[in-house]
Ligand binder design. Sequence first.
Ligand SMILES: Cc1cc2nc3c(=O)[nH]c(=O)nc-3n(C[C@H](O)[C@H](O)[C@H](O)COP(=O)(O)OP(=O)(O)OC[C@H]3O[C@@H](n4cnc5c(N)ncnc54)[C@H](O)[C@@H]3O)c2cc1C
Length: 401
Amino acid sequence: MERKFDVIVVGSGPGGYKTAKLLLERGLKVCLIEKSLFGGTCLNAGCIPKDYLYNLAVSALKLKQVTGKTLALDWRGAVSKTQERVSALRKNAEDFLRRKGLEIVYGEGELVDEKVVKVGSLKLVGDRIVLACGSKPKEQGIHPEDILTGKVFPEGKILIKGEGPSACELAFILKAFGFEVGILVRDRLLSSLPQIPESFSAKLEVAFDEIGIEVVGEETRADTIIVATGREPNFCSEAFPFIKKRPDGFVEVDEYLETNLPGVYAVGDIVPPMGAGFAFEKARVVAHNITEGKSLTFEPSNVPVVITSAYEVGFVGDPDKVARTEHLSMSLNPKSFVNHKGGILRIGYSEGGKPLFLCGIGYGISEVVNVFSSLMGGSFSHPSYAELVEEIFAQTYVGRN
Ligand SMILES: Cc1cc2nc3c(=O)[nH]c(=O)nc-3n(C[C@H](O)[C@H](O)[C@H](O)COP(=O)(O)OP(=O)(O)OC[C@H]3O[C@@H](n4cnc5c(N)ncnc54)[C@H](O)[C@@H]3O)c2cc1C
């Protein structure tokens, strides 16, 4: 059987989901193909369950700081509640797009040529195709996704291998839930993000020490080892034989996110940098280029990144364009008493004094980074309440461009 659409999207994670949503809102006929759970890694096993558990963890820890009492949190109960919430969100998201007219086909999509995607015996023909196949862990083992979804329940002493955002975030959550946690760091915490200075890594390490997370340089004995050593594009060449890949496995795209095949675009983690916030921005760029002609380029520095751990750490903008840098202590804020434990902001300016870059560590950094980004004309970190602003404006005028 053959069906015709304006656009076919492969993958329903943040990249595919947002591209489909924006194209439907612009009146196009869209089909989305998904081989697993609607919402991809972000909704089912990444950002959303993590955010839910982080909020419980941070509340418990704050309570301990104020009362001196440790709240006994129930990990199994919290994970099971999180999964209930995720299922409800998954259903809402799917229903929401169906009501906008989205056709969803479950199964594995294979690109037959630049206009045709096959799912089993079904032939889907699209004027444009958007690939949003996501990513997978680089190394075998128990991964943060397994812990956050309750597929694996951690036992005894836990060692988390890795020093990136997922490792730092999970270490904090598990510690707040009462587990004995160590983190195996080869270089320094968050070293994969060059925007974050060494002094911030050191401050986070001090906070880990204060709450009892052991930072180790060598593998130590542990009952549960969690592998959080990075992810790679989930892009299988057999399913997409004509699409050119880079030597590092990412899909090769031009500045408009079009692949080597005209009319075939790529968004999300198959194009660097990885992260749901970037996936949403790539989706915005591709939806614009499909409907308005290739005129919008992808600019990663417009996307704020926030890591929620023993502190919030975040940044937005381009540090390489900065002429002058200023450091501010967040406790100097004379207007409020929110900064019970001082944070630090590093702000970069142009020659003429225009703010171009912000990096911060402390409580409430996501709020500061998102407001700063908005002033720069950038987007919002994910997940955040600030994202709602973009959604509200998308209803009245479509997108920032
Ligand atoms: C533990 C963890 C925490 C995270 N926390 C954050 C965070 O706080 N903030 C943030 O910005 N990012 C976070 N991320 C990263 C974020 O989840 C990913 O960057 C994001 O999900 C990538 O979106 P995507 O659309 O590229 O792919 P995915 O969300 O991976 O979705 C891809 C989808 O495509 C489907 N698919 C693949 N191939 C095919 C095919 N051939 N046919 C049909 N369907 C196919 C897959 O089944 C999948 O559902 C986190 C990740 C993890 C693992």
